[in-house]
Write a protein that binds this ligand. Structure first.
Ligand code: PLP
Length: 428
C-alpha cells in the first residue's frame, strides 16, 4: 500500500512511514487510541470509498448500492448483537456527530441539558462553550466529588430538580470509574428528562459485560467505534428498546406516530450528514465481528487488569490518582503534588517515547492549555499483547522521567529501552 503511494507522492509516503515507525517504537498511552487489525485497516482503505449511498440499506437515493447495503446491514446486525440492542445506526462519521444527531432528535435550540463538566471528565460535545453543544443549548454541568473523585449523584439530582433539563447526558472522556446508569435513570424520571449515555470510551468493556450496561436505562446510547471497540474512526447510535412517539407529539405532521429509531435515522441523514462513508462502515462491520469473538473478551479483561496494575504501581510511587484508582481503561493523575504541569509532563514523557495527553483534573486551577494532570490509558498497549509485567515497567519509566524533569540524557536512554520493549510486542 505504502509503495503505491510512494510511486506518486513521496511526501505523504514519508509521513506515513514516519507515523508507522512512531507507532511501532513508542508507547501509546493515550486513552482514546488503539491499533486496528490489518483486516479493519484494509476494509477502511477499500473501494467502497468510491460509492455514494445517501439513505439506508434498501432505501437509497442512488443506484448501485447492492454491495454497500450488504456491508451496512452486516455492520448494523453485528452492532446490535454486540450490545444486545434493538437498533443501531452505524453512519455517524464521528462520536461528535452521533451526539449532534441525538440532540437534533430530542432537543430544540435553547433547551436545558445536563452534562458532566469538561474539567471533571466530560466531553466537548457535553456543553463546552466552544462547541456547538454549548452554543445551541443551555447546558448545566455536574461534577465529581472533591474527596472521592466519583460522580456526585446528589448534586446531579439537586441540579435536575432545580433546572428541569429536557435531557441528561452521561458518559465522559476522562472518568476512571464505572457509571451508575440506573441511578441516572431514577434522577431523569424524577424530572421527566431523556437520558443518553455517551460510551465513546468504555464501549468495549460494556459490550463484553465488564462494566455497567446503559442500554436498559437510557433512551439512546452514542459511541465512537475507534477507541476500545478497536474499529475505524467513526461513531454509532444504539437503542436498547425502541419507543413509539418519544417526543409526545399528539398529531405529528406526517400523520403517524414515529418510532424514536426513525427520527434518529432522519436526523443522522439528512439532519447532520450527507453520504455515509461506506468503506468505514465496512471496516466497522469487520471490527464488530472481531469484537464478537471470545478473544475480544480476554482483551477487554486485560485492558482493565493493565490499568489497575499501572494504577497500583503509580500510587505506590506517590502519585495522586483521581478517585484513587480505576474501574476501566484509564487513569487520571493530578501532578500538583510533584510540581509539574500536565503540559510539561506530556512534553518530557514524549521525549522519552511515552505518549500521553495533558488533561484537566477536577477543580483544576490551571488553564486547559497547561493543566494539572495527565490521562493515561491502556487499550493500545494491551492490543500489542503487553500485560502486568510490562505495566510495572512502564509505571517505573513514567516515574523516572517525571522525577528528573531536567535530565535530557535519561530521557534518551529510556527512549531506547522503550523502543526495545516495543519491538518485542509488534503491531500487526
Ligand atoms: C471521543 C469522544 C467523543 C467524540 O469522538 P470524536 O469521534 O472525536 O468526535 C464523544 N464523546 C466522548 C465522551 C468521547 O470521549
Amino acid at each position: 500500500m505504502e509503495d503505491l503511494i510512494r510511486q506518486f507522492d513521496h511526501e505523504i509516503a514519508d509521513a506515513i512511514a514516519g507515523e508507522t515507525e512512531r507507532e511501532s517504537s513508542t508507547l501509546e498511552l493515550i486513552a482514546s487510541e488503539n491499533f486496528v487489525s490489518p483486516a479493519v485497516r484494509a476494509a477502511a482503505g477499500c473501494v467502497m470509498t468510491n460509492k455514494y449511498a445517501e439513505g439506508y440499506p434498501g432505501n437509497r437515493y442512488y443506484g448501485g448500492c447492492d454491495f454497500v447495503d450488504i456491508a451496512e446491514n452486516l455492520a448494523r446486525e453485528r452492532a446490535k448483537k454486540l450490545f444486545k440492542a434493538e437498533y443501531a445506526n452505524v453512519q455517524p462519521h464521528s462520536g461528535s456527530q452521533a451526539n449532534m444527531a441525538i440532540y437534533f432528535t430530542l432537543l430544540q435550540p435553547g433547551d436545558t441539558v445536563m452534562g458532566m463538566d469538561l474539567s471533571h471528565g466530560g466531553h466537548l460535545t457535553h456543553g463546552s462553550p466552544v462547541n456547538f453543544s454549548g452554543k445551541l443549548y443551555n447546558f448545566i454541568s455536574y461534577e465529581v466529588k472533591k474527596e472521592s473523585g466519583y460522580i456526585d449523584y446528589e448534586q446531579v439530582a439537586a441540579l435536575a430538580e432545580q433546572h428541569k433539563p429536557r435531557l441528561i447526558m452521561t458518559g465522559a472522556s476522562a472518568y476512571p470509574r464505572d457509571i451508575d446508569f440506573k441511578k441516572f435513570r431514577e434522577i431523569a424520571d424524577l424530572v421527566d428528562a431523556f437520558l443518553i449515555a455517551d460510551i465513546a470510551h468504555p464501549a468495549g468493556m460494556i459490550a463484553t459485560g465488564l462494566l455497567n450496561d446503559p442500554l436498559p436505562y437510557c433512551d439512546a446510547v452514542t459511541t465512537t467505534t475507534h477507541k476500545t471497540l478497536r474499529g475505524p474512526r467513526g461513531g454509532m447510535i444504539l437503542i436498547g428498546q425502541d419507543k413509539e412517539n418519544p417526543l409526545g407529539i399528539k398529531a405529528p405532521k406526517s400523520g403517524r406516530l414515529k418510532m424514536l429509531s426513525e427520527i434518529i435515522d432522519s436526523q443522522v441523514m439528512p439532519g447532520v450528514q450527507g453520504g455515509p462513508l461506506m468503506h468505514i462502515i465496512a471496516a466497522k462491520a469487520v471490527a464488530f465481528k472481531e469484537d464478537l469473538q471470545p478473544a475480544y473478551l480476554d482483551y477487554t479483561r486485560q485492558i482493565i487488569k493493565n490499568a489497575q496494575t499501572m494504577a497500583e504501581k503509580l500510587i505506590a510511587h506517590g502519585y495522586d490518582l483521581i478517585s484513587h484508582g480505576t474501574d476501566n481503561h484509564l487513569l487520571l493523575i493530578d501532578l500538583s503534588n510533584i510540581g509539574i504541569s500536565g503540559k510539561k509532563a506530556e512534553r518530557i514523557l514524549e521525549a522519552a517515547g511515552i505518549t500521553v495527553n495533558k488533561n484537566m483534573v477536577p477543580f483544576d486551577t490551571k488553564s486547559p492549555f497547561i493543566t494539572s494532570g495527565i490521562r493515561i490509558g491502556t487499550p493500545a498497549v494491551t492490543t500489542r499483547g503487553m500485560t502486568e509485567a510490562e505495566m510495572d515497567k512502564i509505571a517505573d519509566f513514567i516515574h523516572q522521567v517525571l522525577s528528573e524533569p531536567k535530565n535530557d540524557e535519561l530521557r534518551v536512554e529510556i527512549k531506547q529501552q522503550i523502543a526495545t520493549l516495543c519491538h518485542q510486542f509488534p503491531i500487526l
